[in-house]
Design a protein around this ligand. Structure first.
Ligand code: NAD
Length: 480
């Protein structure tokens, strides 16, 4: 059995108190590795290593930092097959998705921030008439915490770590206890790339134990968190009382708004992905599909026909469109929402059942599921399901579409399908979402600000926003 270890001070370590968790294979429900359930002693150890490394790393020439981060990107790319296989196994996602999306993006995160830090300039302001010049220094914060979820494990883990390191911080990072494997593998890559010991420390364990010890550590200067909204609220409270900087990327219940004048085939292809990619376990998935009345019946027929052709299979199958859900507990949560539909909260149009895969009978497979709803106040419209489940609703006017779209507490992303410019401008102004896609979905440019409104988060990641988050400004005013 593989034993995952903590990566602290450039070396691999067992947890100080010898506490371990089981890691389960979603494809067949078997335990296949163990990981540390690290506690305060391990976090203290990681903090000491990070704090010791900080003076030198924060003073390292940015070109040198960039060189090491680029090397990490190269090594991830060189080992893409091993990383993709491990990610697919650990998470249950189809191997082709891990190979084409997750792992390439993890490499891009390092490459992007390696370049971005060399272009990160500070501001200067001449105070005309006062013989003075102001300039702003941007200093790394010190030791910071990065905490990430299980749905895009290495992708989101590195999305936080890369800007933190590029900006000169030392990091203690905790991946999800449900998907620790690729974060573990990243330790070896860091050794090979020559990242000095203590600059990045990767500590494994449960949220309530390891995560809690990390966010409670008095000397950690900032917390960058991606995960559920209730965990985010808890972290915000704690960070508030310690006056720590905090960035929160939380849940979503994103509308996918389809007008009759859109490019129908492109919309349908993209809607298949935005509904079911990664078994619907992407915070950006368009889980609420709103369709203009005049094409509602046609869309319903076509969408269900396409959904029925999706292949649910074991993640190693190159043909799989959907793999396994990440865990039994998560599958039960998703099934509890499907049950609401079966009990009459919505009309189950397609799916709704577990799928049994030969030789993987204990795996967590679900049919892609389509539910028609007619109420805004029901759980199916309001709550994040985070599985291969979408709801359908017709609308008649732009105002009605906006009302439905903005009817939840979330505000992460939205997609709009239309070729009408005036309508596009109206929706981009009035939709309550931090990220809006028009005639596309999940098209990402890493320079853009990323994050949600309302209960979907606080602060922005990406590009210069991330580098600003991971630095503290100091203004200097010189009179001459
Ligand atoms: P989660 O909140 O349960 O866990 C996320 C991380 O926080 C894990 O590493 C977990 O161990 C840790 N954690 C849990 N309790 C903690 C505590 N008390 N202190 C410190 N850390 C703690 O979320 P999840 O189930 O892993 O992920 C799914 C959620 O993440 C969904 O709501 C999804 O929408 C959201 N998500 C958001 C984005 C985004 O960019 N907005 C991206 C991906 C996922």
């Amino acid at each position: 059995m593989i034993k995952i270890l903590n990566f602290i001070d450039g070396q691999f370590h067992e947890p100080k108190d010898n506490l371990w968790l089981d890691n389960v294979l979603p494809a067949n429900g078997e335990i296949y590795s163990q990981l540390p359930n690290s506690n305060k002693s391990d976090i203290d150890f990681a903090y000491q290593a990070a704090n010791k490394a900080f003076p030198q790393w924060s003073q390292t020439d940015t070109n040198q930092r960039a060189k090491i981060l680029s090397k990490i990107a190269d090594l991830i790319e060189q080992n893409i097959e091993q990383f993709a296989a491990a990610e697919s196994k650990d998470n249950g996602k189809p191997i082709k998705l891990a190979r084409t999306v997750d792992i390439p993006r993890a490499a891009s995160n390092f490459r992007f921030f390696a370049q971005a830090i060399t272009q990160f300039s500070s501001e200067s302001h001449e105070s005309v008439g006062q013989n003075a010049i102001n300039y702003t220094l941007r200093k790394p914060l010190g030791v910071v915490a990065c905490i990430s979820p299980w749905n895009l494990p290495l992708y989101l883990f590195t999305w936080k770590i890369a800007p933190a390191l590029a900006a000169g911080n030392c990091v203690i990072a905790k991946p999800s206890e449900v998907t620790p494997m690729t974060a573990y593998m990243l330790g070896e890559i860091c050794q090979e790339a020559g990242l000095p010991g203590g600059v990045l420390n990767i500590v494994h364990g449960e949220g309530q134990t390891t995560g809690q010890a990390l966010i409670e550590h008095p000397e950690i200067k900032a917390i960058s968190f991606t995960g559920g909204t209730s965990t985010g609220r808890h972290i915000a409270k704690l960070a508030g009382s310690h006056l720590k900087k905090v960035s929160l990327e939380l849940g979503g219940k994103n509308p996918n708004i389809i007008f009759a004048d859109c490019d129908y085939e492109k919309m349908l292809d993209t809607t298949m992905r935005s509904s079911f990619a990664n078994q619907g376990q992407i915070c950006l998935c368009g889980s609420r599909i709103l369709v203009e009345q005049s094409i509602y019946e046609k869309f319903k027929t076509d969408f269900i026909a396409r959904t029925s052709k999706l292949v649910v299979s074991n993640p190693e199958n190159q043909e799989a469109d959907l793999g396994a859900l990440v865990s039994q507990a998560h599958m039960q949560k998703v099934l509890s929402y499907i049950k609401l539909a079966k009990q009459g909260q919505g009309k189950l149009l397609y799916g709704g059942n577990r799928v049994t895969i030969e030789n993987h009978e204990k795996g967590y497979y679900l049919e892609p599921t389509v539910i028609e709803i007619d109420s805004l106040n029901c759980e199916l419209n309001q709550e994040e399901i985070f599985g291969p489940v979408v709801t359908l609703m017709p609308f008649s006017t732009e105002e009605e579409a906006l009302q439905i779209a903005n009817s939840t507490e979330y505000g992460l992303s939205a997609s709009v399908w239309t070729n009408d410019l005036k309508r596009t401008m109206k929706f981009t102004q009035e939709l309550e979402a931090g990220i809006i896609w028009v005639n596309t979905w999940m098209l990402r440019d890493l320079r853009t600000p990323f994050g949600g409104l309302k209960a979907s988060g606080m602060g922005r990641e990406g590009g210069l926003e991330a580098l600003r988050f991971f630095t503290e400004t100091k203004n200097v005013c010189i009179q001459y």
